[in-house]
Design a protein around this ligand. Structure first.
Ligand SMILES: Nc1nc2c(ncn2[C@@H]2O[C@H](COP(=O)(O)OP(=O)(O)OP(=O)(O)O)[C@@H](O)[C@H]2O)c(=O)[nH]1
Length: 367
């Protein structure tokens, strides 16, 4: 070791880069690890010294990732020989007698109360050449290292660097995996959100905003829905057309707002009278179509009776009644359009014969 003037402290930019490089390993203040402990033990054995450390040179301290024969976890950087060693990153620094060296005599390092006399430190560099710390061996006697011991120290330093890189690689992989998972979660969330928006849009496009019943677009969609069609194919079904009586008068006498309330009341009455598989559609201004899959005419007539009753019970400042026409269909019988036509004629008859009534179409099915 030359005894010339101490190496100049690194320039601030370089030091900042070195500290950033050290921080990237997230090694400082971590728990002890067997692999690093093994390295200092090997260093002690191979160099026949009482103490060895893996020191990381932080902003204002040296912190020991592993230490044998040294009782403290860290020391101020101002007293760290390794702070000097890292200034020649690829070179082993040897101080045969610390107390005889004017540069370090005042450092005052001790092992078990005895001053450190001998120091050898091999810088631990990252692949970019930043010295993060050193692998050190220390003794309380002035001494030297044999060529083999120097080489052993260099090899152990290289192993330590491999451990550092492995750590960085593992953490980077962990981070990438976490990022990938987070991205996958974000993607899933936005897909769910999109699906929800799509459903809402579909729902609002298919629904009549005044009554909440399906609108004609909704009915069209239902026609393209194989599940709904399969339900009509499953057995005899009924179609019911409900029309509010003298609704024009309601509007004319009581205003459109009350007219709207009446329409909502009729829609609610229908919704309360049908079962889950039935479908109610606001078909025209004051006309509601109800599709009742797997429902015979007699049962459809009962449902119609419930609708009439419900409508009669609605609290409005005028009496509200409905006329209802019902027709039945069955798989292999009239096409649904023909059944609808018959329900419409039944409704016409209900209107023509005095309104506020149910007319069930009794035309025999054409096979
Ligand atoms: N308030 C309100 N009125 C509507 C709405 N849609 C249609 N109407 C009205 O419903 C009335 C339907 O009148 P008509 O088809 O003549 O039949 P009606 O007066 O009910 O007579 P009948 O069906 O023969 O008993 C019209 O005056 C439409 O303006 C709506 O969304 N709100």
């Amino acid at each position: 070791m030359s005894r010339s003037t101490p190496p100049r402290r690194d320039d601030p930019t370089e030091e900042m880069r070195r500290l950033a490089a050290l921080a990237a390993y997230e090694l400082l203040d971590t728990e002890p690890e067997q692999a690093y402990d093994d390295i200092v033990r090997l260093a002690v054995t191979l160099c026949s010294v009482p103490a060895a450390t893996i020191s990381l040179v932080d902003h204002d301290r040296q912190w020991f990732k592993a230490a044998l024969g040294v009782r403290v976890a860290q020391t101020p950087r101002s007293q760290a020989l390794c702070d000097v060693a890292i200034r020649t990153p690829r070179q082993l620094m040897l101080v045969e007698d610390v107390l005889a060296d004017a540069r370090f005599a005042h450092f005052g390092m001790t092992i078990d109360g005895r001053p450190v006399r001998f120091y050898a430190g091999m810088p631990l560099c990252n692949p970019e050449g930043h010295a993060l710390g050193t692998l050190n061996v220390l003794d309380v006697e002035p001494r030297q290292l044999s060529a083999e011991q120097r080489q052993a120290l260099e090899l152990l330093a290289r192993q330590t660097q491999h451990l550092f890189e492995l750590r960085r690689y593992t953490r980077e992989q962990g981070r990438l995996l976490a990022e990938r998972d987070a991205a996958a979660r974000r993607l899933e969330a936005s897909r769910d959100d999109l699906e929800r928006r799509h459903e809402r849009l579909k729902h609002s496009a298919a629904r009549d905003p005044l009554t909440g019943l399906l609108n004609r677009a909704g009915l069209g969609e239902l026609r393209e829905n194989p599940d709904a069609l399969a339900r009509l194919d499953a057995g005899p079904y009924s179609l019911m057309l409900i029309d509010v009586d003298h609704f024009k008068q309601v509007n004319d006498r009581h205003g459109h707002l009350l007219g709207d309330r009446a329409l909502r009341a009729v829609a609610d009455s229908v919704a309360a009278s049908i079962r889950e598989g039935d479908v109610a559609v606001r078909f025209g201004g004051e006309e509601v179509l109800v599709v009742l899959p797997q429902t015979r005419l007699a049962h459809a007539a009962e449902v119609a009776g419930r609708v009439r009753q419900q409508v009669a019970g609605v609290a409005l400042p005028f009496p509200l009644t409905v006329s209802i026409g019902i027709a039945g269909g069955e798989p292999g019988g009239d096409p649904p359009e023909a059944v609808f036509e018959r329900a419409d004629q039944a409704l016409y008859r209900a209107k023509a014969t005095g309104r506020d009534r149910i007319v069930v179409d009794d035309t025999p099915q054409v096979g």
